[in-house]
Design a protein. Sequence first.
Length: 98
Amino acid sequence: MAKKKKLPLAYQPVGFLLGWSSGWLAGLAFRKTWKAIRHEDDAPDALDPDRSWGEILVAAAIQGAIFAVVRSAVDRTGAKAIERSTGTWPTKDKAGRD
């Protein structure tokens, strides 16, 4: 298994803000997606006894996919912005998180 690469110190605050904003955006996107799919305001929770296994697992899969896409898009946008403004990619070997 590959080791996680540590981001440079100067990029860490930017990475933190990007991570927070990507989580917020992903949550918003998931809520809107769930409402469009099921016409419900609340997605099923794993501990909700009134929801079926299938419903809970489908909601989790959709949420995970949305989170991964949003996080990748936000991370990539942030890295490209850092590269444009500083002339260097935020990681040493042009690779980021695993």
